[in-house]
Design a protein around this ligand. Structure first.
Ligand code: ADP
Length: 431
């Protein structure tokens, strides 16, 4: 912290007075000697002494005039130093003001947040937000706490909450006075979470309402105009089945996502061999591959590859990646699934499972957003494929819980490669 509790509120004025006294004593002695030896007349010596005295005392008086604010407050210097130290030590931006709104002390975080704030200057001039100024004026006028929020645009958008608390300070004269403690709290993460939650609820309701509306529409039709139309009934029941399946899948994905999120902070600690897990996923998706006329090629080691993992979550993860490759990359006719060992950017050994397809690929502008909930490159295509828009979000959460990384590489017309990387476990066999 670039703050100085010792020199802040109460300058060491007795030291300054001592300096003046030493200067005066020295001047007095020198002039007396000169008068004694007849070098100067007593009158001249007296005039010179008055000048020296003035020169020695005026800076001290001037200094005291500047410090008069502290004198008025009359705070005990020990307490003042303690107050300054507390302000300096606060993790959030904090500013201590006097009753007039003049800055007595501010910490480094506050200087960074509002560089225009200066000691001994009115805070009102340095803070541009009208809401802050109003809150400050009110707090000063009423000696009651005030709270306000504002949006700081520089250097990035940040939601800040400002709390102004009048604090009572005992004075030297046995009474008490008050200062204003102004603290700033960054509310941006909370706001973001709140926005995400609202978006999520809106998206989830929309996704559920669409198939639900289709189901109600078909029920009405079957009860009314198509009541006796056996052919239409068959067709509609087929569509209703597909919509109901989509709803079930969506709810399933939502529940899985919330389960993984709830346990995000707990890293799985069971050792699992991921080779059979990948095989099981590929075997289970062979019928879909046959339906889409895609060949799945696998390149897996013959020996076990253990990681610290959750079997069910890993099944879900690979299922999503291989299923996406089969659904969206079907035109490439081939999907490759391989497992390798490599070093992460920070040099740690990791196990990489790569799922590659040779389909249309994904345009670069979509890549950073693919793992957002409900984000889809082509909503119609995803719905037609029975997608929920939650698959890759779930994949990302599962990878994160395993303390791994998800790499996505793709270029239009060149297929897509999704790689899930997991930290390698050092087994006694070195596997
Ligand atoms: P969905 O349920 O829609 O499949 P995902 O989260 O699994 O949701 O995928 C999000 C979107 O990413 C998909 O809608 C699709 O547009 C795109 N996508 C995912 N995998 C691939 C792939 N292998 N090739 C092309 N696009 C893909």
């Amino acid at each position: 912290m670039a703050t100085d509790a010792s020199s802040s509120m109460f300058p060491p004025w007795p030291d300054r007075l001592r300096h003046s006294a030493i200067i005066l004593l020295a001047a007095g002695l020198a002039l007396s000697a000169l008068v004694l030896f007849g070098e100067v007349s007593p009158t001249i010596a007296a005039v010179v002494f008055v000048c020296v005295a003035g020169a020695a005392l005026v800076p001290w008086r001037l200094h005291n005039a500047v410090a008069s604010r502290d004198e008025v407050l009359g705070i005990n210097p020990v307490e003042a130093a303690a107050v300054s130290a507390v302000v300096s030590g606060m993790p959030d931006p904090a500013v201590l003001l006097d009753r007039a709104g003049r800055v007595i002390h501010l910490n480094a975080a506050a200087s960074q947040l509002a560089p225009a704030l200066r000691k001994n200057e009115l805070a009102q001039f340095a803070l541009r937000s009208p809401d802050i100024i109003t809150a400050l004026r009110e707090a000063i006028a009423t000696a009651e706490p005030r709270r306000t929020t504002y949006l700081d645009h520089v250097p990035v958008d940040r939601w800040m909450e400002l709390i102004i608390t009048p604090v009572s300070v005992p004075t030297n004269f046995g009474g008490s006075d008050y200062c204003m403690l102004m603290t700033f709290h960054d509310q941006t993460p909370l706001r973001r979470v709140e926005e995400m939650r609202a978006d999520f609820v809106a998206n989830a309701s929309h996704e559920l309402r669409t198939p639900l509306a289709a189901l109600s529409g078909f029920i009405d039709t079957l009860q009314g105009p198509a009541k006796d139309d056996a052919k239409a009934r068959e067709r509609f029941l087929g569509i209703m089945h597909a919509q109901a399946t989509r709803m079930a899948r969506l709810i399933d994905d939502l529940l899985s996502l919330s389960r993984v999120e709830l346990s995000a902070h707990v890293r799985p600690d069971t050792l699992v061999d991921i080779v059979p897990i990948i095989r099981q996923v590929v075997d289970g998706l062979e019928p879909l591959a046959g339906e889409r006329q895609v060949r799945i090629e696998i390149d897996l080691p013959a020996t076990p590859v253990q990681i610290a993992g959750d079997r069910e979550e890993l099944l879900r993860l690979f299922e999503n990646l291989v299923e996406n490759a089969l659904k969206y990359g079907a035109s490439g006719g081939k999907v490759m699934v391989s497992l390798t060992s490599a070093a992460s950017p920070d040099g740690a050994a990791e196990v990489r499972v790569m799922v590659r397809d040779f389909g249309p690929g994904i345009a670069p502008e979509h890549l950073p957003r693919l793992t957002e909930r409900f984000y889809r490159v082509d909503v119609g295509d995803s719905r037609a494929q029975g997608g929920t828009g939650l698959g890759l979000s779930l994949v990302k959460h599962i990878v994160n819980r395993h303390r791994g990384r998800l790499l996505i590489e793709s270029a239009l017309k060149n297929g897509a490669t999704f790689t899930a990387c997991f930290p390698q476990i050092k087994t006694p066999a070195g596997g």
